[in-house]
Write a protein that binds this ligand. Structure first.
Ligand code: ASP
Length: 332
């Protein structure tokens, strides 16, 4: 029988009504008791590094999860992380960069309704996550939710209430799970060997969404606190080109000071191409300006933190940034 480690971290799935609203309180072991079928599918052990609403998840918590898996990696065949849905996509992306090329599956799941709710989606999500985690062909970090299996770098929370909360952005889901049947989009290629683990992140990364009329001075205000800004531009990569060139100057000054700019789009799907419009072209080939391609903002945050955690040398950062990890981009 396969051995699965359940890492419970909180979220709606573990929540019960408390003074002031829903708050996590149930442990991983208590949650799995609600899904007795899984005890027949594998041997289960539990760890509980935290029990929090994922709103409160920070990069240090991603590191704790990563350490918890790394310490026990050899003892288990797969890992199921119970997590709040609100920041699950960030954690899934972060773990994709911290634990690369994992031959063993690391699955994140949670639910839109608490386990104790009679109409909960928690039971099926937990069951299907364990099904995926015990499947011979599964590997790497993924999100299993609402019958979809999504790569850890491609997940986005798209709906606040519906059970199909997550979507796979710019990339088909790895599989759908119908009841207890996994239907893979393509045949899986097993990973041989051991994963590559990382233990450093640079948290000084911020996302800035352009809005009409935003003052480029705001970029300068961020200089003291951040090493990289992820700019959610308009459309395929449009940045205002006012007569005074104030945006160009603010952006080039930012990269010339040894910091990094990552260009992405605020449009939910299909990514950026900076070469198409006059308002994007100045940024297409400038060293220090990193092209987000068709990556999600969640994955860009995690990848930039990971890359800058390893080095600040622009060539090295670019090398790490453009190397696809867990199929995080397909535009290169
Ligand atoms: N606020 C909750 C969380 O992210 C929402 C959920 O789990 O669905 O922890």
């Amino acid at each position: 029988m396969k051995r699965i480690l359940v890492m419970a971290t909180g979220g709606t799935i573990a929540s019960t009504p408390a003074e002031g609203g829903l708050a996590p309180s149930l442990t991983g072991e208590e949650l799995l008791r609600g899904v007795p079928q899984v005890a027949e599918m594998c041997e289960l052990d539990y760890v509980q590094p935290m029990n929090i609403d994922s709103t409160n998840m920070r990069p240090a918590d991603w590191m704790r999860m990563c350490d918890g898996i790394a310490e026990r990696y050899d003892d288990y065949d797969g890992f199921v992380i119970l997590h709040g849905t609100d920041t699950m996509a960030y954690t899934a992306a972060a773990l994709s960069y911290l634990i690369q090329e994992s031959p063993k599956p690391i699955v994140l799941t949670g639910s839109q309704q608490p386990m104790a709710n009679p109409f909960t989606d928690a039971k099926l999500n937990v069951f299907q996550s364990v099904l995926w985690a015990t499947d011979e062909a599964s590997h790497d970090v993924s999100v299993v939710f609402g019958g979809n299996v999504i790569r850890g770098t491609r997940a986005r929370k798209q709906r606040t209430m519906s059970f199909n909360a997550f979507t796979s952005v710019n990339c088909p889901p790895l599989a759908v799970i119908r009841g207890d049947r996994i239907v893979r989009a393509e045949s899986a290629h097993p990973i041989i060997g051991t994963p590559t683990l990382y233990d450093r992140l640079d948290e000084r990364v911020i996302v800035l969404k352009l809005t009409p009329g935003l003052n480029p001075r705001d970029l300068r205000l961020l200089e003291d606190g951040y090493d990289a800004v992820i700019l959610e531009t308009f459309g395929m990569g449009g940045v205002p080109s006012y007569e005074d060139s104030s945006f160009e100057r603010a952006i080039f000054d930012w990269v010339d000071s040894g910091r990094f700019v990552v260009m992405t789009t605020q449009v939910p799907e299909e990514g950026v191409d900076l070469g198409v419009y006059q308002v994007g072209r100045p940024y297409a080939d400038h060293p220090g300006i990193l092209r987000g391609g068709d990556m999600t903002t969640e994955a860009l945050v995690a990848k930039t933190m990971w890359a800058l955690g390893q080095t600040h040398d622009p060539d090295e950062v670019a090398r790490l940034f453009y190397r696809p990890v867990n199929a995080d981009r397909t535009d290169l």
